[in-house]
Design a protein around this ligand. Structure first.
Ligand code: HEC
Length: 111
């Protein structure tokens, strides 16, 4: 019985970690970032081309995904990103957020 319980806990733990990375395809996300987003945010999302373009590298997957879904729905309004997000499918959002989140960014909290 105890063994069964351990298996159950392991199953739950791995299901949880899979959900945390949202199942995005990092390679597909990189291709999208290179082709589209890189023009403003940089392919790695760490060196935006203008100071008003935010750094995306190292940001949480769920934060990036929420921003893109909000631009797409109109809940977050920005003329540039509204247009960009309209062109993204749900899978594109999973992929591109997995890519940018996997990069090392220049932003961190200094202790
Ligand atoms: C033409 C330039 C341009 C392109 C191309 C572009 N972005 Fe943006 N992006 C911006 C600007 C400007 C903002 C800031 C908008 C705002 O103030 O809400 C932004 C904001 C964002 C944010 C919100 C970041 C935050 O910290 O809240 C995300 C996520 C994002 N972009 C992802 C993408 C992705 C993914 C792509 C490619 C599919 C992309 N962007 C393409 C200019 C661009």
């Amino acid at each position: 019985m105890r063994g069964l319980f351990a298996i159950l806990i392991c199953g739950l733990a791995s299901a949880y970690s899979a959900a945390a990375v949202a199942g995005g395809d990092i390679a597909a996300g990189q291709a999208k970032a290179k082709a589209v987003c890189g023009a403003c945010h940089g392919e790695n999302g760490d060196k935006p081309l203008q100071p008003e373009y935010p750094v995306l590298a190292g940001q949480h997957v769920d934060y990036l995904a929420k921003a893109l879904k909000d631009y797409k729905s109109g809940a977050r309004k920005n003329a540039i990103m509204g247009g960009q997000a309209q062109a993204l499918s749900a899978k594109d959002i999973d992929d591109v957020t997995a890519w940018f989140s996997s990069r090392t960014g220049p932003l961190y909290v200094k202790h």
